[in-house]
Design a protein around this ligand. Structure first.
Ligand SMILES: NC(=O)c1ccc[n+]([C@@H]2O[C@H](COP(=O)([O-])OP(=O)(O)OC[C@H]3O[C@@H](n4cnc5c(N)ncnc54)[C@H](O)[C@@H]3O)[C@@H](O)[C@H]2O)c1
Ligand SMILES: [Zn+2]
Length: 449
């Protein structure tokens, strides 16, 4: 029956099995004790010794000796990288600009939906709320396994649109010998920074970079951006010292498909997910056994000839699933798992959409491949994982804003409110609260009665 050697087809026929399925899809889950300890000691070191510790850990973990006199990547290097890209690969530069343009358009649209609130009180006066930009934000651009200029755009643009005054980027360096230029950072990331107007970029990564953002000179209000388990754990340990966007873990995709979907498209979408990381999860659910068989075959033949075969086989074998389930159970599984990405490769995706509220990002209809979202159709690709999409939103403009509440009372408004506030304060035994309110009431009576 099943022709794919690394990803069997299984049946989901019983509602009671859904929680077990969801549990089986959990990956690393809790950060392991080792990671916790390693990160805690790096953060403590950076807190105590500052930049000296950052340089030290960069040497130990990334094998790069940074020059303490020239840490910040000079703007001239950013501009030079952009000019160079423009000259040598104008098509890539044009693609980068398309991405930036799309992501900025979306972020600006988001900003227009975040309105301030003002309400009149029944007895006079107003209450409200306004959105205020954070002053300083740190953005983390992962850099261990691959380069992520798209992630630079996805983190910097919402912060810019929010109106953050200082944005500090950090990204781990490569051994300088492997890259042209002196900074140890991929030229494409430098060019992208220049194109975005990001002027402050530092070549360090991991827990040491995040510790420096929070405890060091930038003393950021918030750290945003994805990374590996050390990065995620450092963010978790820094909560309270500063804010964080979310705890993003290994990436995941759920595809719900029917007989209208093309098996080759589905296989490539699953592989696009699986190629990220051995921990990436790629799951296809359909009520059509013939489709599942066809996808299994496509996966097998395409993986065999893929340049990313090794990583595909690992992630698909451990976290890949081909599941035969009817529509109701498919929706139930999707809702319970709350995957980071959800593709609806069905003939009538709009009919499915209303029931599918927990996923981080939804790709509606077979043409709307996740790859378009990853590279900047507009919605952010920094998304909640590991079931946190149940209660967290994608990275966005709101990540870099906070609400401030407002109260405005005239003397008359205060006088009208004073009696019941006094009464409540008295009941709580907070004498001075009562007097504070009462003085406003009396003051008004005295001057205007
Ligand atoms: N969710 C998203 O939107 C999104 C986007 C892009 C990338 N990602 C994820 O980001 C991750 C990138 O990971 P990466 O490793 O390539 O780059 P990274 O920048 O996240 O991590 C590299 C750093 O990890 C630290 N490190 C490595 N080994 C360590 C150790 N033993 N002890 C302490 N620190 C150590 C080092 O400081 C190093 O600089 C992947 O998991 C990828 O899936 C997610
Ligand atoms: Zn992807």
């Amino acid at each position: 029956m099943n022709r794919c050697y690394f990803i069997p087809i299984s049946d989901l026929t019983n509602r009671a099995d859904v929680p077990g399925w969801v549990a089986s899809l959990a990956r690393s889950g809790e950060t392991e004790e080792d990671t916790r300890k390693a990160v805690a000691s790096i953060l403590a070191d950076v807190r105590r010794k500052g930049l000296e510790a950052v340089l030290d850990w960069t040497q130990r973990l990334d094998g790069v000796g940074l020059d303490p006199a020239a840490l910040r990547i000079p703007e001239s290097s950013l501009q030079a990288a952009r000019a160079d890209l423009d000259r040598r690969q104008p098509d890539l530069m044009a693609a980068l600009r398309e991405m930036i343009d799309h992501v900025r358009r979306f972020a600006e649209g988001q900003r227009t939906c975040l309105n301030d609130l003002s309400l009149s009180l029944p007895g006079g006066g107003t209450v409200g709320e306004r959105w205020c930009a954070l002053k300083t934000a740190g953005v983390y651009i992962p850099g261990g396994r691959a380069f992520y200029p798209s992630t630079l755009a996805m983190t910097v643009i919402p912060a810019q649109v929010a109106g953050v005054s200082r944005i500090v980027g950090v990204t781990p360096p490569k051994p300088q010998a492997t890259l042209p230029g002196a900074s140890g950072v991929d030229p494409l990331v430098l060019a992208c920074a220049a194109e975005l107007g990001l002027t402050e970029l530092y070549p360090f990564g991991g827990a040491q970079a995040l510790g420096w953002l929070a405890y060091g000179e930038p003393a950021v209000d918030l750290i945003a951006g994805p990374g590996n388990r050390f990065v995620a754990e450092a963010k978790r340990q820094l909560i309270g010292t500063c804010g964080i966007d979310a705890l993003a873990g290994p990436t995941e995709l759920l595809i719900l498909a029917d007989g209208s979907a093309d098996p080759a498209w589905l296989a490539e979408d699953l592989m696009a997910q699986a190629e990220h990381d051995p921990d990436a999860a790629a799951v296809l659910v359909s009520s059509d056994p013939a489709l599942l068989e066809a996808v299994a075959l496509e996966l097998q033949t395409r993986t065999e000839v893929s340049p990313r075969r090794a990583i595909l086989e690992q992630s698909l074998a451990v976290h890949g699933r081909l599941v035969c389930a009817d529509r109701d159970l498919a929706i139930e599984l999707a809702q319970a798992w709350a995957p980071e990405h959800l593709e609806l490769c069905v003939a009538d995706p709009e009919a499915w959409l209303p029931s599918l509220t927990t996923a981080g990002a939804v790709f509606i209809g077979s043409s709307s491949a996740e790859a378009f979202g990853d590279y900047g159709a507009g919605p952010n690709h920094v998304l909640p994982t590991d079931r946190s999409a149940r209660y967290t939103s994608p990275l966005g403009v709101a990540t870099f804003l906070k609400r401030q509440s407002l109260l405005r009372l005239s003397p008359a408004d205060a006088a009208s409110m004073a009696p019941w506030v006094e009464r409540l304060a008295e009941a709580e035994g907070l004498t001075h609260h009562g007097r504070s309110a009462a003085l406003r009431g009396h003051h008004h009576a005295h001057h205007h009665a």
